[in-house]
Ligand binder design. Structure first.
Ligand SMILES: [Fe+2]
Length: 288
């Protein structure tokens, strides 16, 4: 099973599919929303076949509802497994949230209570999904606008425990950490420092709306300066991790996304160079 390269990628959205498919701009890798390709066939899937022949691909799901108490949607999982078999993606990821109840699916990534009971539940579901897909998935921390009084585990510890117990990897959304830190008064750098170094396999960067009483994760703006700063802290801890620019609303021209990815790539390059010089210095010391 191949892995994502430790470079910058972009989320591939409908307005850019044709340009990416036909012009093949220099991007490290691409991420798509799995559910957009659940059809039996058709032009969207055919385009993705061509794109996947040229770029490493990440399938990022929004509908498996890892934390829902409703039974796991077997039909949804079957369609995902079929897409995974077809595309052989470098990565498959989902969100640490719930989103279905009483036969209804909600269009939101809803927050979980961070309790031992919820942790047990999520870990069972992640293990079940990984068994069906026959591969580890990445689980992403989400932005939230409410917390539960029942929560007695810090979010970062909860996320780390999901990885430790289920064997999944982590998709660290740095913007979501910043948004939650602002909304709930959490220490963002301490959050990053809590996550296990060897489990963070992908990073997301995105923009938010700061115009109201709380910060809203819109994926509709440039990555903000404090998120870039937090990203540098994440690279210092986790090394050069595949990094995605997510932009889902008010989608700009492709060139804007490529410029944003280039900024991430420059930081990834610096991180890799710093680590290489530390290793070289350690070898010199050992040889002396
Ligand atoms: Fe994300």
């Amino acid at each position: 099973m191949s892995e994502l390269p430790p470079t910058a990628g972009i989320g591939l959205r409908a307005p850019h599919v044709r340009a990416v498919r036909d012009d093949r701009p220099p991007i490290g890798w691409l991420e798509v929303h799995s559910e957009n390709y659940f059809a039996d066939g058709g032009p969207a899937l055919a385009s993705l076949d061509r794109i996947a022949a040229s770029y490493p691909l990440s399938l990022h799901g929004v509908g498996l509802a890892l934390g829902s108490v409703a039974p796991l949607d077997r039909e949804h999982l079957r369609k995902l497994a079929r897409l995974v078999d077809r595309m052989q993606p470098a990565s498959v990821s989902e969100h640490l949230c719930w989103g279905a109840f009483g036969g209804r699916h909600f269009n939101d990534l809803l927050p979980l209570p961070f309790t031992a009971e919820a942790l047990d539940h999520v870990c069972v579901r992640v293990a079940e999904i990984q068994d069906v897909l026959r591969r580890p998935i990445l689980v992403e921390n989400v932005s939230t606008y409410a917390t539960f009084p029942e929560s007695d585990i810090p979010e970062a510890d909860f996320v780390a425990a999901v990885a430790a117990r289920s064997g999944c990897g982590l998709l660290l959304d740095v913007n979501n950490v910043h948004v939650n830190a602002r909304n709930h008064g959490v220490d963002a750098e301490a959050y990053i420092a809590t996550l296990p170094i060897d489990r963070v396999r992908e990073i997301h960067l995105a923009g938010f709306d700061d115009s109201g009483p709380i910060v809203i994760d819109t994926h509709g703006a440039h990555v903000a300066p404090p998120v870039w700063a937090l990203y540098e802290a994440a690279l210092a801890r986790f090394g050069a991790v595949p990094t995605l620019i997510e932009w889902d609303t008010d989608i700009p021209p492709l060139g804007v996304l490529l410029d944003e990815a280039a900024r991430a790539q420059a930081l990834l390059d610096r991180c890799a160079a710093d680590r290489a010089s530390v290793r070289a210095a350690a070898c010199d010391t050992a040889a002396a």
